[in-house]
Unconditional design. Structure first.
Length: 156
């Protein structure tokens, strides 16, 4: 493991990422609290267990691995509830062995839209501190990733 090196000056932040729902034609701002900021990374990794700790359903099993009778709208997707108590369903795509969904950099106006007028805010990770639980051997904490750059809001 020492051969991997280290990443200096990693900040803990709240990341705000825009997801444009192609079916609903609506923008959701996804907040990931207590995230590690590594600006040199090309893709931003999500921790499914951290999202699950915030009652987000993460179904990362690709459809090709699911029997046809077990496939449904929520297969290979992320499902959560918005600040407006509405269900948000984000279908995942597959590139090689990595599940992902397309995002874009959020604007400051979107991040500051706390009344949910033009977009809807969704907290994908707990706002309080999160402790990594003992994980089962089959768990993969970094399987899902973002496809685009994100807007970083410094953690306070």
């Amino acid at each position: 493991m020492e051969d991997l090196g280290t990443v200096p000056d990693v900040q803990i932040i709240t990341a705000a990422i825009a997801y444009d729902d192609p079916e609903a034609w609506h923008t959701y701002i996804l907040f990931y609290h207590h995230a590690l900021c590594i600006p040199t990374m090309q893709r931003h990794l999500l921790n499914p267990n951290k999202m699950r700790a915030n009652d987000v359903i993460v179904n990362e099993t690709p459809l090709v691995l699911l029997p046809y009778d077990l496939r449904n709208k929520h297969s290979h997707s992320i499902v959560t509830t918005t600040e407006l108590h509405e269900e948000l369903h984000i279908p995942l795509q597959l590139e090689g062995v990595t599940s992902f969904f397309k995002t874009r950099m959020s604007t400051r106006a979107e991040v500051e839209d706390t009344n949910n007028r033009e977009c809807t805010h969704v907290h994908m990770a707990p706002t309080s501190g999160w402790c990594w639980p003992i994980r089962p051997l089959h768990s993969s904490p970094t399987r899902t990733s973002f496809k685009r750059e994100i807007f970083f809001a410094p953690h306070r």
